[in-house]
Design a protein around this ligand. Sequence first.
Ligand code: AMP
Length: 302
Amino acid sequence: MQTLHFARAHEASESHLLRVLRTVAELRAWARHERARGNSISLVPTMGALHDGHASLIRAAADVCSRVAVSIFVNPTQFGPNEDFARYPRTFAADCELAEAAGADIVFAPSVEELYPNAESTFVEVAGLSHLLDGKSRPGHFRGVATVVAKLLIAAEPDRAFFGQKDAAQVAVLRRMTADLLLATEIVVCPIVREPDGLALSSRNIYLNPEEREWALTLSRAVRQAEALFAAGERRAGKITQAARMSFAELPQLRVDYIALVDWATLEPVETATPGSLFAVAAWVGATRLIDNTILQESPPS
Ligand code: AMP
């Protein structure tokens, strides 16, 4: 086990050490030990390259559980053969500092061999849902996500696991997975953290050049437009998605993957939007695929 020495500001008298666990056995032993001492455990699964969106999840986890585990694992099975697995940003030392400052007690950072001891033997696949939205354009993506999250939940048995609404389709898949597999962990969803100009934080934003960074704002503008239309009384899903399509049509540099208004639980399209419907967009900005979404409400978020 590796121990990183980061002082925790609010525990000045007893310097807090962020522990880095590398094996499933260590994670399981840590979780059992903490549970036996009466501590509740939350888990924040990530792929690293941590930013303030991840920090918000860790802080939310620390608010409700006495122990917080953050996993950092660039999961190969959720990347397609032509996707960015090899060049995905890896910033481990900085990630540990961020996790520690946000309230993490341990970072679980296993090797690929540790989480996949028998290469490609057993997978978890949520039927139906896994092939909609991002799952449609990224075949196998949600199978990889469901598999790795199931492994983490089985190993750590956390009371709660924290995910961002940023990946709304992922949330639907994981809610269904935990329900179907009768896992006891509660799935907690946290709001999307954005840059001041509206762009949703993403580890992939670093791929954008200044021009692309500007074009990328089309996604958050489309989201805001959908919120405003809904708040103004528009309920026809076709009208709301059409308005977004027109915004994208003005910028031929962007390639829309999907613009959808769906039921958040089933990811199936709805004809009539209701409070709680999910409006979601995915688009290619140059070589970078970005996503954004909103859960429609009677009055739009300020
Ligand atoms: P990733 O490292 O991209 O797999 O993301 C790990 C977790 O952080 C996922 O549950 C994401 O939904 C969440 N996340 C990523 N970006 C944001 C954001 N901008 N706001 C809130 N949560 C986020």
